[in-house]
Design a protein around this ligand. Structure first.
Ligand code: 3PG
Length: 213
């Protein structure tokens, strides 16, 4: 199935049960990693802006892996959003929310999953039109119980819990009506990348397909 060239936040969330949170230390890992994840059915890739190589990695994936949709994670400023869009990102994920970051993503044509952890933050993001949000850090900030509590007042919001999510606790989160997908770093182990064990990463990606029933 072809992926949308400019996905909405909901399309980013619906594509697979898990959005991988990726930290790339080596540009040479970018393309084989993206190919390994796509081979396992995971196409929405959150490349975090936590390393000096992140933008170059996005450029490589955008140019060489057409079946992947490059996203930027750890977007914390307008400059981050602009740089990510220039590097080929089509969506952004932020650990928190500010109207400045929201505006910068809209200006750059990036779908945004804003990070929230409190009711006030949800309301701030909703004021700017966001109804698909990342719950971060999900397990540390209340986990499934928090999502159940939010489903009352925030009945019109859908979440991507991220932070402390594992293959063990993901099914409980994904079964909640206000959860569309989860985010997590577990399907991109650093040691597998260093070892060039792309088959292990494809297998981890494939295993996520059975987490959502
Ligand atoms: C992060 O900020 O690194 C993400 O939330 C991923 O968290 P995790 O390593 O607990 O999956």
């Amino acid at each position: 199935m072809a992926h949308p060239l400019a996905p909405t936040a909901l399309q980013v969330m619906q594509d697979a049960p898990v959005i991988p949170v990726i930290v790339l230390q080596d540009v040479a890992h970018a393309v084989p990693l993206a190919r390994a994840l796509v081979a396992g059915g995971v196409r929405m890739l959150e490349i975090t802006l936590r390393t000096p190589q992140a933008l170059a990695c996005m450029e490589r994936i955008a140019a060489e892996v057409p079946d992947a949709v490059v996203g930027a994670g750890t977007v914390r400023s307008a400059a981050d959003a602009a740089a990510a869009a220039k590097a080929g990102a089509r969506f952004a994920v932020s650990p928190g929310y500010t109207p400045t970051v929201g505006q910068a993503c809209r200006d750059a044509g990036l779908a945004l999953l804003p990070g929230v952890a409190t009711g006030s933050e949800i309301m701030l993001a909703q004021e700017d039109g966001y109804t698909e949000l990342k719950f971060f850090p999900a397990l540390q900030a209340g986990g499934p119980a928090m999502l159940k509590a939010w489903s009352g007042p925030f009945f019109d919001v859908r979440f991507c819990p991220t932070g402390g999510v594992t293959p063990q606790n993901a099914p409980e989160l994904l079964a909640l009506p206000n959860v569309v997908c989860v985010g997590g770093s577990w399907l991109v182990p650093h040691d597998a990348m260093v070892a060039g064990d792309w088959g292990r990463i494809t297998a981890l990606a494939q295993q996520t397909q059975s987490l959502r029933n």
